[in-house]
Design a protein around this ligand. Structure first.
Ligand code: GLN
Length: 493
């Protein structure tokens, strides 16, 4: 069966567009037909922007005729609903911002617009990106396209589900403690978190500012490199963005791993790791070894503290970032008119969901006088030790390879009343955020229930090229990334 347009990748469509075999308008129609047929089951989107997409498609088609096209020209992308697009509702998955329409574009959006890409819509997410399952979304969770009884992961679950279900060609997510990689792993797609500072955070609604990064969620590694090329770079609007040249990441994509040494940390292959995930990841490592990589067992001794450190630092930063939602300047405001203090209290009680409130309380506690030294300061000190673990590791290896998540996707509702067990599941993803390192999740197999599993590659600071190279070499020698859910629905579109 020939591929439908909505099933294709950025690089495949770019070629068809340049050869004038299709128009951007046709691609948009194909993607929206697909959305019509599967979105009811997946709920990947909070807002769909069909009219805007058609307008963008017309601009893109004009640009292609003028031979001014870039790689993303005319390609329908889905954007996590935490990234501001001027004039498009941006809810952050929360009642607090249910009707918020930003008056400006995030820097990544400006960059993408400058290539005349098409915005298909804003994707579902955990409220303020706090969660690992999408169940904290005020709008109800997105579902895993491989089994719609299961979670797609979080917090960028809508982005990963939209890519996996072919409801867009590629997507942008954000990753504070795993929110790009974990849903990519659960949905069988590629997710890349760049080095902290590589991509501007301007226009990304803040969760934990020392950890947040925007990154691509795509159908394959080449598309991740193409999107990263577009969104990377220094931005004077983000004081933490780094002024460093952006290489052409697609040049790093070679099909062998010669000269690379992979470090396999023993602390990531321990009790609690699902045996099928372990087998898939170990098979994956063997495959990369076959392609020329050297394998070395390494140790990251402070891994066991990473979750505790993350769940002090992230809520501490979040409680301060979320102080701005007071009902005065923008967002939800309660009807209460008795006095200002009560208006603040009731607005925040009604506007935030339970997980966001839990994080605000945890963060406020960790920062309060008398507890600061014992919690926030101690966590910051241990964060330094975690960074040092990686610094030492990268003296012995080029990349650290691990599972992305300890187990495949669980059922909706299974863990929602047990936040601690959900937090513990972030064990393999949070260390790279704490150390600011670039990392990727690529599909590495399916378990006996047909659920996807992911292999994670972590690189040294600004070594996205090695991360992409290793992932590409693995992907091109396997076919996990070619599998798609909803086979029965394909011919319907
Ligand atoms: N699951 C983690 C959390 O709930 C990570 C979220 C994220 O990366 N935005 O904090």
């Amino acid at each position: 069966m020939t591929k439908q347009l909505y099933q294709m990748t950025i690089h495949e469509l770019n070629k068809l567009l340049e050869d004038k075999k299709v128009s951007s308008g046709e691609i948009v129609e194909s993607v929206f037909k697909r959305i019509e047929s599967v979105e009811e089951k997946v709920h990947a989107y909070i807002t769909l922007t069909y009219d805007l997409a058609m307008q963008h498609a017309r601009d893109a088609d004009g640009r292609i005729l003028r031979k001014e096209a870039g790689f993303l020209t005319g390609i329908p992308l889905a954007i996590k609903d935490i990234i501001c697009i001027s004039g498009v509702k941006t809810t952050c998955g929360s009642k607090m911002l249910e009707n918020f329409i930003p008056p400006y574009d995030a820097t990544v959006i400006k960059k993408i617009k400058s290539q005349s890409a098409v915005f298909a819509g804003k994707t579902n997410m955990d409220e303020f990106a706090m969660g690992s399952s999408n169940e904290t979304s005020f709008f109800g969770p997105a579902r895993n396209p491989w089994d719609t009884e299961r979670i797609p992961g979080g917090s960028s679950g809508g982005s990963a589900a939209a890519v996996a279900a072919d409801e867009c060609i590629a997507s942008l997510g954000s990753d504070t403690g795993g929110s790009i990689r974990q849903p990519a792993s659960h949905c069988g797609v590629v997710g890349l978190k760049p080095t902290y500072g590589r991509v501007s955070r301007f226009g990304l609604i803040a969760f934990a500012s020392s950890l947040d990064q925007i990154g691509p969620v795509t159908k394959d590694v080449e598309d991740a490199a193409i999107l990263l090329n577009c969104i990377s770079g220094f931005d004077p609007m983000d004081s933490t963005s780094v002024n460093r040249e952006v290489p052409d990441y697609t040049k790093a994509l070679v099909k062998n791993a010669k000269g690379l040494t992979l470090g396999i940390p023993k602390e990531y292959f321990v009790e609690g790791l699902d045996p099928e995930v372990e087998k898939a990841v170990r098979d994956g490592i063997r495959e990369i070894e076959k392609q020329g990589a050297k394998i070395k067992e390494i140790s990251l001794p402070h891994t066991q503290y990473a979750v505790a450190v993350y769940y002090l630092i992230a809520p501490a930063e979040a409680c301060s970032n979320l102080a701005r939602y007071d009902g005065v300047k923008y967002g939800y405001r309660s009807d209460c008119k008795s006095n200002l203090r009560e208006m603040y209290e009731i607005t925040r009680s009604e506007g935030f969901g339970p997980e966001v409130k839990r994080r605000i309380m945890l963060g406020t506690y960790a920062l309060s006088a008398g507890y600061y030294d014992a919690y926030y300061k101690k966590a910051s000190q241990v964060r330094t030790l975690i960074c040092r673990d990686f610094e030492n590791a990268f003296k012995e290896c080029d990349l650290v390879v691990t599972p992305t998540a300890p187990a495949p996707a669980y059922r909706v509702g299974e863990k929602i009343s047990d936040p601690l067990s959900m937090y513990l599941d972030d064990i393999f993803t949070v260390p790279a955020n704490l150390a600011g390192l670039p990392c990727i999740s690529v599909p590495c197999g399916f378990n006996d229930k047909g659920l996807p599993m992911g292999l994670q590659g972590i690189g040294n600071l600004f070594e996205e090229e090695k991360v992409l190279r290793c992932a590409y070499c693995f992907e091109q020698n396997t076919d996990w990334h070619l599998r798609r859910p909803f086979k029965d629905a394909v011919s319907a579109c």
